[in-house]
Design a protein around this ligand. Structure first.
Ligand code: AHR
Length: 503
């Protein structure tokens, strides 16, 4: 068996983990809302039409924030369409996804769903076709206590108490030519700044996310961040990043190395934020909201066929990627990357949550089940809380098409407030098991508590409604701790969660 090692110390700390890095995303897209979280008439539907089986899977994931209602959708969305009596709400053509939005689920219903799911709403406003005036109005509607036009409208619509939405996105992917109301960096920076000022004048307690680039490989990446931040730095709190990966050439080692790109993206945006800070002589440090991340490519061809067949249909089954085992391994490495950057990444949203590029799938009228990527997310969300530790790693490396020196063992560690230590590790080797030596001496007397393993012999294995546990966690081989040194076996191609408790 090959070897890798990790040295941990209670004083080697990256930072406190913001629980919101385990956020997710529900867009009015495909069957995320209609047929996903909401399906009146389904045997599992509650009195509001929300699926209880889906709610349970979401609650188990421990998602602290859910971004809503888009996505590309939000750039043509009028929030007023989504409140008031359902029968009076308009049906609108959604130019982002070429479907028809019925508005049967709107802001009030989603706020109710979020409560049931034990999560908070992260609300995106439309800065594509709209601007500062509507931005101000929706904050007044959602958060002002009463005695004004929009807060009284909220009360008349059945919610006397403010919704108390704390985290707001200033539009979505405004750098992308596909976006309704696409803007230049300076145009966007100006409108984001003016919206931000007015939104915070209505409610100074809110936090705001400005749109960074929609991907690291956008031609405008870098200059977009610098120019838009030059306009709005003082009035915003976070910059957004979005990134999706695929494996269209069926190159598993290359695909699993994609978290190197993620790390580079994060580090570059941090550098640009700090450059603008320096230029402005500002005392404020901006943090990052990685509010869309995932694997996304399996459904691309299928979606083209759907649009050919039935453009404008409501709740078309779009972006329904069926995730395989290697996707779960990359998702694990992406989560490890967020933990390694926990000093600056304060929000991250797995895009999305149900049916649309999602860890949870449903069948209309049928079951709900966990996809492969559900598991690393659940483990990180459950055990990756507290302090992110700076792990010193020694591991063999490999080269692939796009990267050199990719660590074969991709690992990091966290310490929870109860003192327990958790190691998260992906073994990227296609064939070789590894023995990971973990130096825990600085933590005193620790004993092994649990080794959770996700492995399948077939990297393309998937979960289905009929076989939902095909790729599911099992108990790992575990290990020993001797004089503060643990030895744990990491099987070839595996996701591992290794937990230690005070002895
Ligand atoms: O998550 C799917 C889409 O991906 C979102 O609507 C958009 O923001 C991104 O391009």
């Amino acid at each position: 068996m090959k070897n890798a090692s990790m040295i941990l110390d209670r004083d080697y700390v990256i930072g406190r983990i913001d629980p919101r890095i385990y956020g997710s995303f529900i867009e009015h897209l495909g069957r995320a809302v209609y047929g996903g979280i909401y399906e009146p008439g389904h045997p599992q539907a509650d009195e509001q039409g929300f699926r209880k089986d889906v709610l349970k899977l979401v609650r188990d994931l421990g998602v602290p924030v859910v971004r809503y209602p888009g996505g590309n959708f939000v750039s043509g969305f009028n929030w007023e369409d989504s409140v008031g009596p359902v029968e009076k709400r308009p049906k609108r053509l959604d130019l982002a996804w070429f479907t028809t939005e019925t508005n049967a689920v709107g802001l009030h219903e989603f706020a109710d769903w979020a409560k049931k799911a034990d999560t908070e709403v992260m609300y995106a406003i439309n800065l594509g076709t709209r601007g500062p005036e509507n931005a101000r109005d929706i904050v007044e509607y959602a958060n002002h206590p009463g005695g004004s036009k929009f807060s009284d409208m909220r009360a008349a619509n059945g919610k006397k108490d403010p919704l108390g939405i704390k985290l707001w996105c200033l539009g979505n992917e405004m750098d992308g030519p596909w976006q309704m109301g696409h803007k230049t960096a300076t145009e966007y920076g100006r409108i984001a700044n003016e919206s931000a000022k007015m939104m915070k004048w209505v409610d100074p307690s809110i936090e705001l996310v400005a749109c960074g680039s929609s991907a690291y490989d956008m031609p405008t990446f870098g200059s977009w961040e610098y120019q838009m931040l030059d306009e709005c730095y003082d009035n915003i709190d976070y910059v957004s990043l979005h990134r999706y990966y695929g494996n269209p050439t069926n190159d598993t080692p290359g695909f699993l190395a994609r978290s190197m790109d993620l790390d580079g993206f994060i580090k570059s945006v941090v550098a640009i934020c700090d450059a603008v800070k320096g230029k402005k002589h500002s005392k404020k440090t901006l943090n990052l909201s990685f509010d869309e991340w995932n694997v996304w490519y399996h459904s691309n061809e299928q979606d083209k066929e759907i649009w050919k067949r039935e453009k404008w249909g409501p709740a078309l089954p779009l972006l329904e990627d069926i995730y395989n085992f290697e996707d779960a391994l990359l998702a694990g490495s992406m989560l490890i990357t967020f933990l390694r950057n926990a000093d600056r990444v304060k929000v991250a949203c797995l895009a999305q949550l149900v049916n649309v590029i999602a860890p949870i799938m449903t069948r209309n009228g049928g079951g709900a089940w966990a996809q492969t990527i559900y598991w690393p997310f659940l483990h990180a969300s459950k055990f990756g809380r507290g302090i992110a530790l700076r792990a010193l790693m020694r591991t063999p490396v490999y080269d692939c098409a796009d990267y050199e020196a990719v660590p074969v063992i991709d690992a990091t560690a966290t310490q929870a407030d109860d003192g327990s230590v958790t190691v998260f590790a992906v073994n990227r080797d296609m064939k070789e098991d590894f023995c990971l030596d973990i130096d825990l001496r600085a933590f005193g007397n620790m004993r092994p508590a649990e080794h959770i393993l996700l492995h399948h012999d077939d990297v393309k294995a998937v979960n289905t409604e009929e076989n939902p546990d095909n790729v599911a966690p099992t108990a790992g081989p575990g290990g020993t701790v001797d004089s503060g040194r643990a030895q744990v076996k990491l099987p070839a191609l595996s996701w591992n969660v290794i937990r230690f408790e005070k002895a």
